[in-house]
Design a protein around this ligand. Structure first.
Ligand code: HEM
Length: 207
């Protein structure tokens, strides 16, 4: 009994360390970007380099966040569940930086152009729609809001699948994108959506 308690405590402790290491690793790209700005080592077009890096980290964390549930279910690792929210919030963090870089350095604070850009440039329109969904998911992620929303929370949080589809469209639309990257993001998304769909069908065969 006593040894079981100790082993539980140790497991809890190591789990806290794992989470801490993951959070430090997730924030590292941000500091690397800040260092790049300070050292002026972001290349010939620093604004574009920052836009690409922040966008890429945002989509990576979004995909990692979406992979947590299948990974947790397939390998029976129930403790991984909170990481879905953690990585989702990191995705929102990098998406917010991405938007900030766009407004500050690409549009150079020409506020009047933001509206027309969002309405008239399709890849910005879908990017902005995805960002709005991520912001909504972030705003409804605190435990108190989860409790207050009850069943509605699940329905709202299914929008994450719409967000990732919009991001894939956004990335594919930017023709400068490395085709390999876009294909990789799209394949992972298809796998994740396939897993989710298969689960819903098995739960509710009449659908
Ligand atoms: C707030 C709305 C958004 C705006 C205004 C926006 C704008 C941009 C811009 C201007 C670029 C650089 C295009 C270029 O000149 O090469 C870009 C690239 C990118 N964006 Fe966004 N974006 C938005 C939302 C998002 C979101 C929510 C994500 C991911 C979750 C995302 C992921 C990416 C990625 C991965 C790239 C790089 C594509 C590549 O590798 O070439 N964007 N975005």
């Amino acid at each position: 009994m006593f040894s079981k308690k100790i082993s539980d405590q140790l497991q809890l402790l190591s789990w806290h360390w794992i989470k801490l290491v993951l959070c430090v690793a997730a924030i590292l790209p941000f500091f690397i970007m800040v260092l790049g700005v300070i050292n002026n080592s972001l290349g010939a077009d620093p604004a574009r380099a920052l836009a690409l890096e922040t966008g890429r980290w945002s989509i990576r964390f979004l995909l990692v966040s979406l992979s947590i549930t299948p990974f947790r279910e397939l390998f029976r690792l129930s403790k991984l569940a909170p990481l879905r929210r953690t990585f989702g919030l990191f995705s929102l963090f990098y998406a917010s930086l991405h938007f900030l870089v766009y407004v500050l350095f690409l549009l150079e604070l020409r506020w009047s152009e933001i509206g027309s850009d969002i309405l008239e440039r399709p890849y910005i329109t879908v990017g902005f729609a995805a960002f709005s969904i991520l912001a909504l998911l972030g705003a409804t992620s605190p435990k108190s809001v989860v409790r207050a929303l009850g069943r509605k929370w699940r329905v709202i949080h299914r929008l994450v699948y719409l967000a990732i589809i919009l991001v894939i469209v956004h990335v594919t639309w930017i023709l400068r994108t490395d085709v390999f990257d876009a294909a990789l993001y799209a394949s992972i998304t298809m796998l994740l959506l396939g897993y989710r769909l298969n689960k819903s069908i098995r739960k509710n065969p009449s659908v």
